[in-house]
Design a protein around this ligand. Structure first.
Ligand code: ATP
Ligand code: MG
Length: 366
């Protein structure tokens, strides 16, 4: 038998439950690799966290960029702790990684996994009505870091937060979104904007959308929504949506709404992708470090596993899609069983029990 393909993973557990769920994700990934036999994972773990920052004054070492680039993918747990302001933890790690590693796409699939109780009555009856992929622009907009503050501490403090939009940036995210829509059965894309009130950046965003749309006429069905009306449509007509593309800020907010509609923030995955594959892409559950439940062994690891499944798909470049599908099947067999659900899903199982159950299912299904 040929020796297994090795995928090098940079693991950044971070803070709080990020540590528990990263450990759990490695355990299930190793089980998946051992069961399959054609590939395996090698991890380098980086102790970049708010806790370490408090002790030594820095999050990532100076050569972080070179270190990360030695890997095929990055697996990220969560960062943030109450004793460090959020903008410091975000701007010290996650945003520099996304920007420097050219991860200009953030993909957030949302559907109601078996065993999840969705808050909307209609979705409890027909969970299949919510099956979305949110494509978030991950490098520009309000999160570009442009702006300034004057008289910061006085009564006349002024701060500006400048949103940046470029044709290059918009075009590449639109193309990715159309390709995503095209690859899904319903071939449908909804573009979110706020061009009635924001008359520069969002108008360019609309224009580039329609330019790129010309290439997909007759192939992908597309429409445009204002972000405020979009929140209403997500709640009232979830079945009318499939692939959604929005700016960094709008998609950040809409994807939290999507996660809540799907039942729990603990199950939602995300991928930060460099579609050019010049740098490693990064996979992380969307939840944070959850200080309220950290260290209690009760964190839901399902979002972490789903993110790991997306990582398998990505590093496999099409060759591991069937394995990723089986991995998802194993995950849903576990969420479908009331005995192996965590508290946020109405059960009483701990992180370890769920992890072990997923490993057993992988050995059975994969
Ligand atoms: P961040 O700013 O890093 O996004 P946050 O404070 O906005 O963090 P979370 O850390 O995600 O939010 O926590 C929000 C709530 O969801 C908390 O009550 C937390 O306990 C719960 N929660 C988050 N992740 C999980 C999980 N994996 N399992 C169970 N509960 C979770
Ligand atoms: Mg949050």
């Amino acid at each position: 038998m040929p020796s297994p393909t090795v995928y090098k993973i940079a693991a950044i557990p971070g803070d709080g439950i990020g540590v528990d769920i990263t450990e759990a994700a490695e355990q299930v990934l190793d089980t998946l690799a051992a069961t399959n036999g054609t590939f395996k994972f090698e991890y380098t773990t980086f102790d970049w966290s708010s806790k370490a920052y408090k002790e030594r004054g820095w999050y990532m070492q100076d050569d972080w960029e070179a270190q990360l680039k030695k890997h095929d993918a990055i697996y990220f747990g969560a960062v943030g702790w109450p004793d460090v302001p959020d903008h410091i933890s975000l701007w010290s790690m996650i945003l520099p990684i996304r920007n420097t590693m050219n991860q200009y796409v953030n993909v957030r699939p949302t559907r109601i996994l078996k065993g999840t109780t969705a808050p909307l009555a209609q979705l409890q009856k027909t969970p299949s009505e919510l099956d979305w992929v949110i494509v978030r622009e991950n490098s520009e907009g309000e999160y570009a870091g442009q702006g300034g503050t004057t008289h910061a501490h006085g009564p006349n403090a002024i701060a500006t937060e400048v949103a940046i939009f470029t044709r290059v940036g918009i075009e590449r995210i639109m193309r990715f979104a159309f390709e995503t829509a095209k690859s899904r059965p319903r071939r449908k894309l909804t573009m979110v904007t706020k061009s009635n009130a924001q008359r520069h950046g969002m108008v360019l965003w609309d224009k580039v959308f329609y330019d790129v749309a010309k290439e997909y006429e007759g192939v992908v069905e597309f429409d445009k929504m204002l972000v405020d009306a979009m929140t209403v449509r997500m709640v009232n007509k979830p079945e009318s949506l499939d692939t959604i593309v929005a700016t960094n800020l709008h998609a950040d907010i809409l994807s939290d709404l999507a996660a809540a509609l799907a039942g729990s923030i603990g199950i939602a995955p995300s991928s930060n992708l460099d579609p050019t594959r010049s740098c490693p892409s990064m996979f992380e559950p969307i939840h944070g470090s959850a200080p309220d439940i950290a260290g209690k062994g009760i964190a839901n690891p399902i979002g972490a596993f789903w993110s790991a499944a997306e990582m398998v798909r990505w590093v496999g470049k099409g060759e591991l899609d069937a394995v990723a599908d089986q991995f998802m099947q194993a995950i849903e067999n576990v969420t479908g069983n009331p005995k192996t659900r965590t508290r946020d899903m109405g059960g009483s199982a701990g992180t370890t029990e769920v992890t072990e159950a997923v490993c057993r299912e992988i050995e059975r299904v994969c």
